[in-house]
Design a protein around this ligand. Structure first.
Ligand code: UTP
Length: 297
């Protein structure tokens, strides 16, 4: 069955980014001049997914408003004849068919995915973490969907990280397959200690999941941090036969990716994406060495 739905969990508390996230979801923080979640929605649309469900938390209004029309603003820009800005404002209105559902209590990423069950039904679907930004120049989701179509089961996105950083991620134990960028995932451990990590392959925030994940999540008990962990459900799927919706593959990703919920990674994303822009890149490129070479600007 074709993958056509994307689920974007965006209900976390964003505590690493306080106080900015006190009243604003971290997914609304801009990367250059666009909320980070818009990049994620554009990525899903770019991979052919036109039905998007955003899992929201307490402050969902700004998210909903961003992907809706702002008639007053459009009228004001139209009156000024500012077509360029009008196009920017309108660009997020008709990106896709976007739906919202509340998670209630943020009981973990696994729980957020389970909340999507009613909308997704019995189809394979993609999950894109709202605070995980894959550089638009390095798309990977379409490749993951193709791997799901070939191999069935669920597909993870795996990225090599330095060994001393693996304890920040879910970590995959893998075996090679006939295809150079595809691995068979045999086991998963959430945020392992360095000495317990079976590899330096980190699970990053893109997934293509078989709907069998819902039944597994429904019986998954809270794990690390008292949260219902998606990793624990994926671990069980990795041990189940493909005929029952099990089997987990990993696609190797070596592109640029930023954790926009982490302050340093967020700053890096802003700089790297701004450097790539025609309007901002040249001036930023000229300015950066002057700050780095001196005590201050
Ligand atoms: P994180 O653990 O990075 O998000 O979850 P967080 O809890 O908001 O971050 P900190 O650690 O407090 O700063 C990864 C993704 O899963 C979503 C988050 O919104 C983020 O996109 N998530 C997490 C939910 O939707 N619900 C949850 O219960 C937990």
């Amino acid at each position: 069955m074709r993958v056509s739905k994307a689920v974007i969990p965006a209900a976390g508390l964003g505590t690493r980014f306080l106080p900015a996230t006190k009243a604003t979801p971290k997914e609304m923080l801009p990367i250059v001049d666009k909320p980070s979640i818009q990049y994620v929605v554009e990525e899903a649309v770019g991979a052919g997914l036109d039905d998007i469900l955003v899992i929201t938390g307490r402050s969902k209004r700004p998210l909903e408003d961003h992907f809706d029309r702002n008639v007053e603003l459009e009228a004001a820009l139209e009156a000024k004849g500012d077509q360029d800005r009008l196009d920017l404002v309108a660009a997020s209105n008709d990106l896709a068919n976007i739906h919202y559902v509340r998670q209630g209590d943020p009981l973990g990423l696994g729980h957020a995915v389970l909340v999507a069950e009613r909308h997704v039904g019995n189809e394979p679907f993609a999950v894109l973490l709202g605070d995980d930004l894959i550089d638009p120049r390095d798309p990977v989701l379409a490749r993951m969907i193709a791997v799901r179509e070939q191999r069935g089961g669920s597909v993870l996105c795996l990225m090599e990280v330095p060994s001393d950083q693996i304890s920040l991620y879910g970590c995959a134990a893998v075996q090679p397959t006939d295809t150079h960028d595809v691995l068979a995932v045999t086991d998963l451990i959430e945020k392992p200690a360095v000495e317990e990590a079976p590899s330096n392959l980190a699970v990053i925030g893109r997934y293509v999941l078989d709907p069998a994940v819902f039944a597994v999540l429904a019986r998954t008990r809270p794990g690390r941090g008292g949260e219902i962990q998606l990793t624990d459900a994926l671990r069980e799927l990795a041990r189940m036969p493909v005929a029952e919706g099990g089997g987990v593959s990993g696609v190797l990703f070596d592109g640029r990716r930023y954790d926009t919920g982490d302050r340093l990674s967020y700053l890096q994303a802003n700089i790297l994406l701004a450097l790539d822009r025609d309007d901002l890149g040249p001036a930023l490129r000229a300015w950066l060495p002057t700050v780095l070479d001196s005590e201050g600007p």
